[in-house]
Design a binder for this molecule. Structure first.
Ligand SMILES: *Cc1c(COP(=O)(O)O)cnc(C)c1O
Length: 426
């Protein structure tokens, strides 16, 4: 495949945009080469600026669960756009999507819409701090909750440690309020809570981690967090930006039967437009302005085009009773196919999967947390990435990312992909 035009476009982009991209993960930093510029997409396929067709396993990092340019969403956005694109005043559609989301997701009475997953997580944490009158939060190493200051914190050493910022620009003052725990390590969380008695406002977690590759919670982990939160008067925040409306209609809460106090959304809930949201019980959500004291706002929040896309997406998911079964079956098929190839070829690997989230690590040890997620052989991953790309299969350009399976994929696409994996390692 040729990437002449993509390379030219990237060179031009680099002159006017830092690194040529508007979000770092789009650059090919960890795999080498230059990013591919997309021209258009339909269903399961991307078409790049050089005219190549690629089977897409990223799907805009999650939102396109029903495929690209999904016709009902496209139509809804076009019709809405004709009637005005932003008002800064309430509209009926905001109540419609709020009601639908609340009917689909367990344990939420009210929801507020924002413009990104970052905003949703940042606002949920502020609300949790305001509601509990506490300042500290616990987050897990390897979990991503957007790029707001409190979340860009790196591990120090020792069992209980204050975080140090892992980006310049994040102050030590902010970092000291973020406590870091190891994913899937309940004892560690308990220790941190006991050492900070009465000070921890919230624990925020990806109930299935998706930003260190796919790392599922071990049995009892989420239940254990729930019990610890109850014992310590700490709120449990499920960051379902990735898992919401993807793992089940009601997300991870439904899948694992564990209740969170606040839930954040993004990605699928916007149907491919910039939308985030956070939700919870009445008494917590009514702590928000204008009824409560915690301030949170947005000029474009609840934007009519974004709400039209999101509402249409949620309606499609809600009315398709077989969707999650199909996604499960397709992804399980892909998992089996890839595993068989890697076993036959004697390639060390671990495949983690929950529903339509899947990732391949090139190490045979179990991947349970950020440390074990780092065991994978990055040289093998690079070969895998570029090999698949040459075959017209696009996966995330980093071994720390999950693949997001779309319902638009056919079994022919999956067979093609499995065959491509075989070619890469032959
Ligand atoms: C993508 C993501 C975010 C951030 O969402 P943005 O819309 O990129 O700001 C937050 N949390 C999780 C779990 C995510 O996957």
């Amino acid at each position: 495949m040729l990437y002449q035009r993509s390379s030219q476009l990237f060179a031009e982009a680099e002159k006017v945009i830092p690194g040529g991209v508007n979000s770092p993960v789009r650059a090919f930093k960890s795999v080498g080469g230059t990013p591919i510029f997309v021209k258009e997409a339909k269903g399961a396929y991307l078409y790049d600026e050089d005219g190549n067709r690629l089977i897409d396993y990223i799907n805009s990092w999650g939102p396109m669960i029903l495929g690209h340019a999904y016709e009902p969403v496209v139509q809804a956005v076009i019709e809405k756009a004709k009637k005005g694109t932003s008002f800064g005043m309430p509209t009926e559609i905001e109540t419609e999507i709020a009601s639908l989301a609340i009917s689909m997701v367990p344990n939420i009475d009210k929801i507020r819409f924002v413009n990104s997953g970052t905003e949703a997580c940042m606002s949920a944490v502020r609300l949790a701090r305001g509601f509990t009158s506490r300042e500290k939060i616990i987050k897990f190493k390897g979990c991503y909750h957007g790029h707001s200051d409190s979340f860009l914190i790196q591990a120090g050493s020792g069992a209980v440690t204050f975080g140090a910022p892992n980006s310049p620009g994040v102050t030590m003052g902010t970092a000291k309020d973020t406590l870091l725990a190891n994913y899937n390590d309940l004892g560690h969380v308990q220790e941190i809570l006991e050492n900070n008695r009465g000070e921890v406002a919230a624990i925020i977690i990806e109930p299935v981690a998706g930003n260190m590759g796919c790392v599922p919670p071990i049995k009892g982990f989420l239940e254990g967090l729930r019990a610890l939160c109850d014992a310590h008067g700490t709120l449990l925040i499920f960051d379902e930006v990735m898992t919401g409306f993807r793992l089940a209609r009601g997300g991870a809460q439904e899948l694992f039967g564990v209740k969170a106090d606040l839930i954040t959304f993004g990605k699928v809930i916007g149907g491919g437009l910039p939308v985030g949201a956070f939700a919870g019980r009445h008494e917590i959500m009514d702590y928000l302005a204008p009824v409560g004291p915690v301030y949170q706002a947005g000029t474009l929040s609840g934007n009519p085009l974004a709400m039209a896309a999101g509402l249409t997406m949620l309606k499609s998911i809600e009315s398709d009773l077989e969707l999650f079964r199909r996604l499960e079956e397709k992804t399980a098929y892909l998992e089996r196919g890839i595993r068989k190839v890697l076993m036959d070829r004697n390639i060390e690997h671990t495949i983690n999967r929950v529903g339509s989230m899947i990732s391949v690590f090139f190490d045979e040890r179990e991947v349970l947390d950020f440390e074990t997620a780092g065991y994978g052989n990055n040289d093998t991953f690079k070969k895998f990435f570029h090999g698949l790309l040459a075959e017209g299969v696009y996966i995330a350009p980093s071994s720390y990312e999950t693949w997001f399976i779309t319902d638009a994929l056919t079994y022919e696409d999956l067979d093609y992909t499995i065959n491509a994996v075989n070619k890469v390692f032959s």
